[in-house]
Design a protein around this ligand. Structure first.
Ligand SMILES: Cc1ncc(C[n+]2csc(CCOP(=O)(O)OP(=O)(O)O)c2C)c(N)n1
Ligand SMILES: [Mg+2]
Length: 598
């Protein structure tokens, strides 16, 4: 007896299309995605989209199956950032849809192009709230969180729905788009030839947008008059893939620049014009600031004093005109795509018109040198147990020889300190918690970086941050991806030594400082390492990257290492009544019991 696999059956049915036979929503959706260049789908199957995933795989699209939709969504978002094409996430209805929606909303906040396609339940039952399986009005639920949301109600509209979703996700300011596909539409049959004719491929999905010449001249005159000019590069600048245009403008003018975290590496971090190591001085003294794909949001103190000079004037390069003036007056708006704007600035600047005065450069240079010395001192310390700087010194040394490695990073102290210690030398090689400062992107972003680029990935994670997507270690192992997860284990959210004197329960910030996270990856066939010294971290990480295999390095840190909320403790609301005591010295009852009576 011969058996036919589902894939073979699908391939056979594929081959018969276009011969006066029928097609259906499943086939049309896969064909529409292929036609628009989709190579990978990140998802999690179930009713009604399991066969859709099978068909996509059989058609040559790579399907990466996750353990939770949020990670699948995060992977799709990261793929969008890295490739400038919408990343596609596929989920089931109601709960699967909602799990993915967090990632879709996060993608929208970060301006990453992503399309979440979710199957949905029978419309006539959902709309009358008759208690359908996984009943939810997904289209309405998605709307507040996304750039655009659409539903396809007829198989003949699938091509249109995909075109509309992809166009919305990637054109102008990119973002997350939701595409609702009811199960009934997937199963709906239609004439194969008519179906094929209903699909189209987008022409020029993200058209260039040129700035007006007078807007360019206005910005150049402002820069020409500046005594202390500064350029801030945001992740929009990294996304734009306008690396050469940005570099030539910066290098031809000599203006100092500050890379936001995901713009690190757009120019190598050791570039002489980078003032990342003199950030506060640069912000507080700059008189003309050019924002390139960076928003004046909380990450830049909303452009307000005292972080910024109250007299600072702003030039903003952004594709989205409504972003301008959202926080401060924008004296010179430059609306357009970053590549076109930067090229226009370089072209229209008269020789010597825009320069960086030597006094300003020297002042920044002196501060950089001073800060570099204190950083060196911190890195050189060798306490036992390790603290963040010591473990990260080892990571930094290993990565210094591997600029090709993609770095994913989340946590609080684990994020702040890694950002400062680990230099990036290539564009778009760092992916992190982003605009929301969200936890949970780690393993999803790491999978996408490995799948989309084939390069090694090192995900540097706080122990709390790691837990949000820890089960995706199994995904990393199942697809045998070259991902090394480094867990900076201080045993807690922010730190692991806080005690609770009120009950036997651990304090709210407490996790397990004695945990062996490396055993988790061993359960799935990956390589686990437990490191207690910088040398052990370096040896383990070096081996892990060289192996090209899934690995996890658990770095044992002092539970007292770390500060509450990392660099953003000021954002915690202050209590009006006497502040909550945070008894650090007294052990909690469980610890006291374990120690026995005094
Ligand atoms: C989705 C989400 N939930 C909760 C938080 C609040 N939060 C900020 S950082 C953090 C974890 C910090 O601990 P860890 O990852 O271990 O980093 P550490 O500071 O200890 O190095 C949490 C829970 C968040 N940012 N995002
Ligand atoms: Mg921690």
């Amino acid at each position: 007896m011969t058996t036919t696999t589902f894939g073979e059956a699908l391939a056979a049915s594929d081959a018969s299309q276009g011969q006066g036979t029928l097609t259906d929503g499943f086939h049309l959706l896969v064909d529409a995605l292929k036609l628009n260049g989709v190579e990978t789908i990140y998802g999690l199957v179930g009713i009604p989209i399991t066969d859709l995933a099978r068909l996509a795989q059989a058609s040559g699209i790579r399907y990466i199956g996750f353990r939770h939709e949020q990670s699948a969504g995060n992977a799709a978002a990261a793929a969008g950032f890295l490739t400038k094409k919408p990343g596609v996430c596929l989920t089931v209805s109601a709960p699967g849809f909602l799990n993915g929606l967090v990632a879709l909303a996060n993608a929208t906040t970060n301006c990453f192009p992503m399309v979440q396609i979710s199957g949905s339940s029978e419309r006539h039952l959902v709309d009358l709230q008759r208690g359908e399986y996984e009943e939810l009005d997904q289209l309405a639920a998605a709307r507040p969180f996304v750039k655009a949301a659409y539903r396809v109600d007829r198989a003949e509209d699938i091509g249109r729905g995909v075109a509309r979703a992809f166009r919305a996700a990637v054109s102008g300011r990119p973002g997350g788009v939701y595409l609702d596909v009811p199960g009934a539409v997937l199963g709906e049959a239609m004439d194969a030839a008519a179906g094929a004719a209903s699909l189209w491929r987008l022409t020029d999905p993200a058209p260039r947008q040129l700035p007006a010449p007078e807007a360019v001249n206005r910005a150049l005159s402002l820069l020409a008059d500046a005594q202390r000019p500064l350029v801030v590069l945001g992740k929009g600048a990294a996304y734009a893939q306008a690396d050469e245009e940005i570099r030539s403008f910066l290098e031809s003018t000599g203006i100092p620049y500050l890379p936001m975290s995901m713009a690190k590496g757009l120019l190598p971090d050791d570039h002489p014009q980078s003032v990342a190591a003199a950030r506060s001085l640069a912000l507080s003294k700059a008189d003309v600031v050019m924002l390139v794909g960076a928003r004046l949001n909380w990450l830049l103190g909303h452009g307000e004093a005292p972080e910024w000079s109250p007299d600072a004037k702003f030039i903003q390069v952004d594709i989205e005109a409504s972003e301008l003036d959202s926080n401060q007056p924008i004296t010179a708006p430059l609306v357009g795509d970053i590549g076109s704007v930067m090229a226009a600035l370089t072209e229209r600047a008269r020789p010597g018109q825009v320069t960086a005065p030597a006094g300003w450069r020297d002042e920044l240079e002196a501060r950089k040198a001073r800060n570099a010395t204190s950083m060196q001192k911190r890195l050189a310390d060798d306490p036992h147990p390790m603290r963040f700087y010591n473990a990260l010194r080892a990571v930094r040394e290993v990565l210094a020889d591997r600029p090709d490695v993609y770095v994913v990073n989340e946590g609080a102290n684990a994020l702040d300190i890694t950002r400062n210690v680990i230099d990036m030398r290539l564009p778009r090689h760092r992916l992190d918690s982003g605009t929301w400062g969200v936890m949970g992107i780690g393993q999803g972003y790491a999978v996408a970086a490995a799948v989309e680029t084939g390069a090694p990935v090192v995900a540097i994670e706080g122990d709390s941050a790691f837990g949000f997507s820890g089960m995706e270690l199994e995904t990393i192992c199942r697809y045998d991806l070259p991902v090394t997860v480094v867990v900076l284990n201080n045993g807690g959210v922010y730190r692991g030594d806080e005690t609770n004197s009120a009950s036997a329960d651990p304090s709210p910030t407490r996790l397990d400082p004695t945990a062996h996270h490396e055993r988790l990856i061993e359960a799935f066939g990956g390589d686990g390492y437990h490191a207690t010294t910088p040398q052990e971290v370096a040896d383990a990480l070096g081996k892990a990257i060289a192996s090209g295999r899934p690995a996890l390095v658990d770095c044992v840190l002092d539970p007292s290492a770390g500060t509450e909320s990392g660099h953003i403790a000021r954002l915690n609301p202050k209590s009006a009544v006497p502040p909550l005591r945070q008894p650090r010295k007294r052990a909690d009852p469980a610890t006291r019991r374990a120690r026995g009576p005094k």
